[in-house]
Design a protein around this ligand. Sequence first.
Ligand SMILES: Cc1ncc(COP(=O)(O)O)c(C=O)c1O
Length: 403
Amino acid sequence: MTDVATTVVDAFAKARRFERADEAHALGLYPYFKAIQHHGRGTVTVDGEEFVLTGSNDYLGLTHDPRIKEAAKAAIDGYGTSCTGSRFLTGTLDLHVTLEHELAQFFKKEKTLVFGAGFLACATSVAALGGRHDIIYFDRENHASLYDGARLSYAKLEKFEHNDAADLEAMLIRDAGKPGGRLVYTEGVFSMSGHIGAVPAVAAVAKKHGARVICDDAHASGVLGPHGEGAHVHFNIENDVDIVVGTFSKSFASIGGYIAGDADIVDFIKHTGRPFIFNAALPAPNAAATLEALRIMRSEPEHREMMWKNVNFMRDNLLTLGFDLMGSDSPIIPVLVRTDDMAIRFWKALWEEKIFTTPSVSPAVPVGMSIIRTSYNAAHTTDQLERTLYAFEKVGRALDVIA
Ligand SMILES: Cc1ncc(COP(=O)(O)O)c(C=O)c1O
C-alpha cells in the first residue's frame, strides 16, 4: 500500500522555496513596494526624503485637483465609503448611471458599463465574449488582465507579433475554415514599450476577415484624441473599433474600469460577465472622482497639452543623451538597459539621486530587454524633469549605458 504522506507534496513548498525577494532585500536591491508617506505633484516622500516620481500613470496630473477631491468627499457624505454589494443587486448608484451615460457620449459609443477595476473590465470583456469555438487574437504585448481574461474564457488564444497587422492577417487566413467567431485585441498605448498601437492597420485586417476588434485604452484614455477620447477617435476609426475597454486608475485619477460599445453587446456583458456580476460595485467616491475628472478632461485641454510638452521634452533629451527608448511615442518612456542585473543597478543609482523609477526585468519583459520604465505627466515641473535628466546622464555614463 502506498503511503499517502510520502507521495503527496506540500502545496506550500514552492512558496517556501521562493527566496528571490528576500535575497534582493538583503543586498539592499529590492525596488518594489516602496511605502510612500506623502504624494506631492510630481514628487513623493519615502523614508522622509523627497523623490521625483517617474513612472506614475497620473498622465493629466489630476490626482490632486481640488475639484476632484471635493467630488470624492461629497460622494462619501452622500453614499458612504462602500457599496457593499454587486452592481447586479444592491450596488448600483445613480452616480454609476450618470457616469456610464457621460462616458458613452465621450467615447462615442452607444453604451458603457462601469467596473470596480480596470483589470476586471478588461478580463471580463474577454471572458464574456470568448465563446467555445471562438478564436481570440492578441497582440503579444497585451496586458496581463487580457491574458487572464482569456484563461477564464472558453475560446482559443493565438498571439500575433507586436503591432504587426500582416502577421495577424496570416493567422486569420490560416484559420479561415475553422468554426466560431474571431475577436482581435490590441491596445491604444502599450504599457511597457510605450508604443502607440497600430490600431488602424490591425482593425482594417480584422474587418476584412470578419473579426471583431477590441482596444484596451487603459493608457490611451486622456492621452490620445482631441479630448483624450482614446485611440479610436485619435485615428478617426470610431466604427472600426467595436469595443473600447480601459481603466480609471490612470488619466481619470481614480480607480475602476469601463467597457464601451454597442448597447446590445454591453448588455450581454452586463448580464453574463461573471467578474462583473460577482464583484462589489465601484465605490461612490471613486465614481464621483472619475465623473469630475471626465468633465475636466472634456473641457480643459491644457492638462493634455502640458503632458505632451513634458513628454516631448524628456523624450528629445533622453534620445540626445544616447539612450535607447525602444521607439516609444507616448508618455510611457522605457529606457533600455538590457540585462536584469543592469536594470537593478541602474534603478539603485537613480534612487540614490532621489529619482523614483521602476525597473522591469524578466519575465515581465523578454530576457535581454530589461528596462527602466519611466513616464511623465502634466504635473511635473521643469525643475523636476531637469533633475531627472541630470541623474539619467550621470548614472548612464557611470554604468556605461551611454557613452
Ligand atoms: C493596458 C492595461 N490594461 C488594464 C490595466 C488594469 O487596470 P487597473 O490597474 O486600473 O485595474 C492596466 C493597468 O496597469 C493596463 O496597463
